[in-house]
Design a protein around this ligand. Sequence first.
Ligand SMILES: [Zn+2]
Ligand SMILES: [Zn+2]
Length: 116
Amino acid sequence: MTDLAASFNPAAAPSGTGCDECDAVDGWWVHLRRCAACGHIGCCDSSPAKHATAHYHRTGHRVMQSFEPGEDWFWDFEAGEMVEGPELAPPTSHPDTQPAPGPRGRVPLDWRDHIG
Ligand SMILES: [Zn+2]
Ligand SMILES: [Zn+2]
């Protein structure tokens, strides 16, 4: 179990503007989540690959923040509840011009049939 306070690194910049693990396989996502500890950007649990949760299981980094424009809530995977956290290094969301689901051009027309 990781100490909650140690799960936030306000200095860690986000790893990018999309889910790198989806990009590697031409995948797509519904929403993006940012690891509060290291800045890893992964896709949410409604997405086909659920890379944000996979990152938690792989690393033990237990808190993530929404990487969607206008959202700043944190989720603690370990406690299974929302938590408060500090302001993280910008940018705190993907660009407004990037659609959700995204990325542009890779979302199948029947994407609603693929989400959890
Ligand atoms: Zn992904
Ligand atoms: Zn992390």
